[in-house]
Design a protein around this ligand. Structure first.
Ligand SMILES: Nc1ncnc2c1ncn2[C@@H]1O[C@H](COP(=O)(O)OP(=O)(O)OP(=O)(O)O)[C@@H](O)[C@H]1O
Ligand SMILES: [Mg+2]
Length: 149
């Protein structure tokens, strides 16, 4: 079932093709804006979720994406979990380094996302799927930029 195509308000999506990613991007950007991220960070967070979804579609065909707000002590942020049941990643520490790609691409999706997010965890085993959990906190700078620029 594809929740986003049925227009059910939800923070959990099934990603199968690019139209799902468009909906996930829209949802993520809206939530990031509501949480108070600067416009630049809204764009970056949206790119981050896109990169991970693109990997899911390309390597695992489908996966599940959960996007929600999170509070921790005095902090507020956006928490994104992406899981798939695809082939998994053989060498996670290599995969999160610049330039590692098993398909002759730039290999910048995972490392770029890791650099940008405050928390970035990949769990994966060959033939046992991949789970990416990532989080970004709203900062004073976000609030300032949103109000002043
Ligand atoms: N969901 C996934 N399932 C299986 N392998 C994955 C998955 N996500 C990433 N990988 C592996 O990690 C590598 C690095 O991912 P990354 O997104 O950084 O690069 P890429 O997708 O190959 O290229 P780019 O994102 O720059 O276009 C991939 O080439 C692939 O081998
Ligand atoms: Mg990629």
């Amino acid at each position: 079932m594809n929740l986003c195509k049925k227009n059910i308000p939800s923070d959990t999506f099934t990603t199968v093709d690019l139209s799902d990613v468009i909906e996930i991007r829209r949802y993520t950007r809206n939530l990031a804006g509501t949480l108070g991220f600067s416009k630049t960070n809204q764009t970056q967070i949206t790119s981050a979720v896109s990169e991970i979804c693109e990997n899911v579609i390309d390597f695992a065909i489908r996966g599940h994406v959960n996007v929600k707000s999170v509070n921790f002590e005095t902090r507020r942020g956006i928490l994104i979990k992406v899981t798939d049941s695809g082939p998994g990643i053989l060498d996670i520490s290599a995969a999160v380094k610049d330039g590692y790609s098993t398909r002759n691409r730039l290999g910048l999706g995972l490392p770029g996302t890791k650099r940008f997010m405050d928390i970035f965890k990949v769990q994966s085993k060959p033939d046992d799927g991949t789970k990416v959990v990532m989080c970004k906190w709203v900062t004073d700078r976000d609030r300032f930029m949103l109000q002043s620029v």
